[in-house]
Design a protein around this ligand. Structure first.
Ligand SMILES: Nc1ncnc2c1ncn2[C@@H]1O[C@H](COP(=O)(O)OP(=O)(O)O)[C@@H](O)[C@H]1O
Ligand SMILES: [Mg+2]
Length: 300
């Protein structure tokens, strides 16, 4: 009998991300999933997936790093996957809308607790000044709507020049000082169930928590209020997701708020999961065998 085989999408060899640490994450995934008899191969997300050998039973875009630098191509590729019914999860429509952070606006309008945000098609000093008064703060964060790893993300205050501004559409948010002390917490959900959590804190003098800027990652068990907030956000999204990473920060009222719902290629940090990716393995098998779909049908 043929074993279960899945394909993980990796960066485009032409992209600088190709030299990143994605191979380490792939190795971790491969080892965790081996226990379930799942064989993992990989291919660049830019490949025609109809041409890859051994037709994979499931395709995970978990390492499709760098898509944000080829955003139009990403959107077209997702549409192709849809058209050719490639079994990509999360589903291609999710991979499309989640690639532009203006989804935060939709989620906020539906009542999800999101970091307060203003959206502009282009940034200017007068818009930043307006944002300071709108939020009634003295510092704001400016970032592109299509972005990753804090690309062109900066703090701005009155009187400053805009350093390295995003080209085109962007988001402005109050600068949440809690990032310096509490950091950002990430809650990982597999098939809608909470799996594990971690905390990311920046080095002194920085606000970006990413390891690329010296940020520190530690295992973290979120409190019940963080789990409830993340669950509410997933309910608002309302789509069946194989995996999700919900990034939360404490807002000005000391309440958890959504910074980002990572539904494309989140690092699931299986190294910090005491269950060693057990939930992911089961969820993949269930999805391939159609069991989770059956469960959803029974629930509706
Ligand atoms: N409103 C904010 N207040 C404080 N820090 C922020 C804020 N928005 C973003 N950051 C910092 O910038 C980083 C990158 O922003 P984020 O929205 O997570 O986008 P991405 O991870 O896609 O680059 C965050 O991880 C956090 O460290
Ligand atoms: Mg982020």
């Amino acid at each position: 009998m043929r074993g279960t085989n899945i394909l993980v999408l990796s960066p485009d060899p032409a992209d600088q991300m190709y030299n990143g640490r994605w191979r380490d994450i792939l190795e971790q995934l491969t080892t965790s999933l081996q226990h379930f008899g799942i064989e993992v191969s990989h291919a660049a997300w830019t490949r025609d997936l109809r041409m890859v050998p051994h037709r994979p039973q499931l395709v995970l875009p978990l390492l499709a790093w760098g898509y944000q630098r080829a955003h139009e191509q990403w959107l077209d590729t997702c549409k192709d996957w849809q058209r050719h019914q490639i079994p990509v999860h999360n589903p291609p429509d999710v991979l499309q809308w989640n690639s532009d952070k203006s989804y935060l606006k939709t989620l906020a309008e539906k009542g999800a607790p999101v970091v307060p945000s203003l959206y502009f098609d282009e940034i200017s000093t007068s818009r930043l000044r307006e944002s300071l008064s709108y939020f009634d703060v003295d510092r704001v964060v400016l970032k592109p709507t299509v972005s990753a790893t804090a690309y062109k993300t900066s703090i701005w205050e009155a009187g400053q020049l805009i350093s390295d501004p995003p080209e085109g559409s962007c988001i402005v948010q109050p600068y949440l000082r809690s990032i310096e002390t509490e950091g950002e917490i990430s809650l990982i959900f597999i098939s809608g169930q909470y799996s594990h959590g971690l905390r990311k804190t920046p080095v002194a003098g920085d606000f970006r928590v990413q390891p690329e800027f010296g940020g520190r990652l530690t295992h973290h068990e979120p409190d019940q209020s963080a789990i409830s907030t993340a669950t509410k956000i997933l309910e608002t999204i309302g789509t069946s997701l194989l995996y999700a990473r919900i990034d939360l920060v404490l807002n000005q009222n000391n309440e958890w708020a959504l910074l980002e719902a990572e539904l494309i290629e989140p690092d699931l940090f299986l190294g910090l999961d005491h269950k060693n990716g057990h939930m992911l393995g089961e969820a993949i098998l269930n999805r391939i065998n159609g069991q989770d779909i059956e469960q959803e049908k029974q629930m509706t």
